[in-house]
Ligand binder design. Structure first.
Ligand SMILES: [Zn+2]
Length: 116
């Protein structure tokens, strides 16, 4: 079962150990290294009480819009100049921040176990 962050799970007896995957989207502008994030997640997994959870990281490319000529373009380097009009009034549209995308819960374990 895949659960989006804004979704509620109908069943109330989901246990932390049934969480099999946590999916994050990481904007490339934040320069967070996915390897470092994975290592940190592995170290703190027991503290989070999610022993069976894997971490999936999707990197999001930086996408910008020029406020002067309205051109949209992607950025490979952190130089905020419009490649069309060379203007500096650039707005970042995508590729910033860390977003929780989805949590996956094991369904097989979930059906035959019930603890009140
Ligand atoms: Zn421009």
């Amino acid at each position: 079962m895949r659960v989006a962050p804004n979704q509620r799970v109908a069943s109330s007896n989901v246990r932390p150990e049934e969480v099999t995957n946590v999916a994050l989207r990481v904007g490339q502008l934040d320069a967070v290294m996915p390897e470092a994030l994975s290592e940190m997640f592995n170290l703190y997994r027991s503290n989070f009480n999610l022993p069976n959870a894997q971490l999936t990281i999707e990197e999001e490319a930086v996408s910008c819009r020029c406020k002067d000529c309205d051109a949209q373009f992607s950025l490979d380097t952190p130089v905020f100049v419009c490649p069309h009009c060379f203007g500096c009034r650039v707005q970042v549209m995508r590729g910033r921040g860390i977003t929780l995308m989805e949590i996956t819960i094991s369904e097989t374990e979930h059906e035959d176990t019930y603890h009140s």
